[in-house]
Write a protein that binds this ligand. Sequence first.
Ligand code: WTA
Length: 679
Amino acid sequence: MRTSMSSSESLREALNFDEHLILENNWKGRFVGISDYQFFHRQSLENFEQFWAGVAEEIEWFKKFEKVVIPGEHPNVYKWFAGGRLNLSYLCLDRHVKSWRKNKLALIWEGEPVKEDGEPLEIRKFTYFELWRYVNRVAYVMKEKLHLKRGDRVAFYMPMIPELMILMLAAARLGVIFSQVFSGFSAEALASRISDIGARYIFTTDGYYRRGKIVRTKEIADKAVEECPTVEKIILIRRVGSTETPIDEAKHAYLEELLKDVNPNAYVQPEEMESTDILYVLYTSGTTGKPKGIIHDTGGYAVLLNATMKWVFDIRDEDIFWCTADIGWVTGHSYIVFGPLMVGTTVVMYEGAPDFPAPDRWWSIIERYGVTIFYTSPTAVRAFMRLGTEHVTKHDLSTLRLIHSVGEPINPAAWRWLFELIGGGRCPVGSTWWMTETGGILISHAPGLKLVPLKAGTNGPPLPGIEADVVDENGVSVPNGVKGYLIIKRPWPGMPGPPTGMYGDPERYNSVYFSRFGYFFTGDYAIRDNDGYIWVLGRSDEVLKVAGHRIGTYELESTLVSHPYVAEAAVCGVPDDVKGEVPIAYVVLKADVPKTSRVQEELRKWVRERIGAIAEPKSIFVVSRLPKTRSGKIMRRIMRALATGKPIGDITTLEDEAAVEEVKMAYEALLKEIGGKLE
Ligand code: WTA
């Protein structure tokens, strides 16, 4: 990667985006031009509060806000739309039920299992009215039978079934704070999140289907609650129809049973939530061991999602919207549940694996429901690219009109594949940049604003009202075309919310995001080009993006050293053709461990059981010492170079603190040790 370029032309070249450069020709007349956008963007920042007030007025408030944004009780925590009252469940459901959208489809869900002829076995559809009724009944159970009230916490350990969406909307209706834990996470990962948030209940299923097999979520939840004294009961949703271990009435209850005697017309009044009240907490990986519970508020979050559905997705009433993420991640929270439902769109949700039972499953879904907007990840695209084009071309994808990706930088081949093969050369293909912490998209092309020429491979300019910059080590803006750190300079609606930004930990919130530059630091490397477009290049810290999922190297290292064999461990990411990046580990074993060849296998299993399959290292190298500087900092570049069979390269820079000699010696020692016996 070159680090300095004079213009966006050479930047595109350096990044190898040499085709379909600027797509404005494909949409002649649709875009006004970049200078118009720049003007519009400048105006939004000059009239910052007025701008966001206008955007906020597009949603319905029970009580209008008094202030657009004011500082909260802790540094760098802000109160957006203070004094305003609203309810997300009301905005996603009741408002539509009172309109012509009452009988519009809100959700089309497809389960993974198929019939003999390969057609889906189960399709469930809900109109807005039906969804509203179901949510009311579940909210009734939560309130009257489980005695949950505003401010209480619950955990969801739910797979991709309609009930997850319904539980989220029911909790939001009551002001019950929820935390959804990705269904692929282990009992330990689940337990640590439940304890951090102090959940009263866990909602999970008896199991779910993944690639034709049943994953037993109940058993995992049972194991997790052993360490969680705040949990009163596990509420089970029937999905696979059986459990491997018995139901204990003191510990478990089926939602189905709890719903049995609830009036089908039950109505639960939505709570009038303060704009600054917590909607949910979502845990994400950082550079230290413990996952961070990111707080999202109610009002700011709602405003950002409502706006981005319009600006970025150009949403229209006839759209069929499919975001392929799992609701275990923020993308699913924001762009399967709250964003799309708030604007009254029809959402597609799919339970299972992308290639089950055949590599054309996703494309058959687009055809079956006439999907118009497709939101996916570069990792998924790269996995499909390996399977050949015939699985795609046998389906009619002509309903698509807009495509975006998210989660990691999109490489030219994947972009081209989406643009040409999936979008048939007709659809804009963007790469929306955001994070768990930002709540919603902040940097993106905005087809809905009809102002931004689409440039292949970039994330696009910062959205209106968002001030982003690329800075050097000292926080000074770098020139266009120069690589630096991506920061967000002003608060934005949807940012980590009051009271503490990070659940129970205002100090950590500040030190992680604000201590380095005084502004919100994203952790990403980026380049700003001459048009002001941002090209995010990847993480600058010890956070990995494995198949788009965030994994902290430290989290993995602490899991490895908790194994009785391991004295020391160091983890880094290496490039992977499909997943973008995968972890590898170097471990130093304790003296008394027999050097059996099963160590690697055992450690892999250990990681799978403690974090989840997504964190499993690709290779584990057993070494006698780790490459460290004298001050104890692990030299990850050496680990990476060795694992990828590359020379270490220029060692006069980067490896902070380490002397050239020291780096060389560490490299040679390690090379000697593992040379030739890489797994
Ligand atoms: C990366 C996912 C390049 C980035 C919504 C960020 C991206 C991290 C893009 C957040 C993109 C996300 N181009 N990189 N379009 N979108 N990222 O919290 O490194 O799972 O910091 O949120 O993903 O990951 P998270």
